[in-house]
Design a protein around this ligand. Sequence first.
Ligand code: BMA
Length: 337
Amino acid sequence: MATHIIGGALPTMPWQDKPADCVGPLWRDDRNPIIGWNPTPKMARVFNSAVVPWGEGFIGVFRADHRDGKPLLHVGRSQNALDWEFENEEIHFVDEPGADYQPNYAYDPRVVKIEDTYYVTWCTDFGGPALGLASTTDFVTFVRMENICTPYNRNGVLFPRKIDGKFVLLTRPSDAGHTAFGDIFISQSPDLVHWGRHRRVMSTGDTWWQALKIGAGAPPIETDEGWLLFYHGVTNTCNGYVYSYGAVLLDLENPDRVLHRTYNYLLTPEKDYETNGFVPNVAFPCSVLVDAPTGRIAIYYGAADTYTAVAYAQVDELIAHIKADSRLVPGDADEFR
Ligand code: BMA
């Protein structure tokens, strides 16, 4: 059975056909990395960022590490979603009461459009790393909303629509450091203020590439077979953490239920821009562009905490692969609810 993405057409999204010698259902753009060092005077490294369609082109919220070492968020615009122009000035949020709000640091943004509003989640400083939430309708004014959770938590990914009338969020509770543990949890909210009905969605399990911790990557893609979620998995080595990514299919109505999950990674650091940089061996997806009629998916991922890169997949092939490669681990089904 062919799998369909539920959504609109986006024929202008980037795409390259799968190379004949490609093994597996994901392939990289041969123009990678699409964003290199020092794109503006303030921005040293741009990675782990979120792009969305905007008018005839594209817009995004980008993580940029500055020369003082701290990350902040910047707006970028593009006609083709490959060549980006950034605002050198970081986003200055306003609080809901209208006062200026500038986080001490801000990183790993995700953006979803729910109804007519774009929501940004990111890792903010709230007595330690926790999840920030802001809304925008024009990418000029960003209104900071209620804190989603108490510290510590870094990976907040909203579903792109309400499910059963509730906003739904994936998170990964953590600690204040370079957390050496972590599973993916899910929470619901009627109003983006009060969060509850917390469930564990999936745990690390014993597959080595994702044995240390896992975290939601891009906002889930709705398909007629389930929510397609790219997630990162981390392993510990004698030279530090290595970040790869895989994918999981979650039940459409009850997205705390895992239907299928890649046993093997889909992409692991192999290319120079993934294995060399500020933090070597990191591939960290934060956003996707999709063209529903063709089933094309472009995955935007940070590489080595230095670059931004793109990989592609075709939904039929990818879902068939996930099913064939799937092996659930304790926590994927109902045991830990
Ligand atoms: C995580 C986050 C990510 C980063 C990764 C690898 O804890 O800080 O932004 O890509 O570590 O350094």
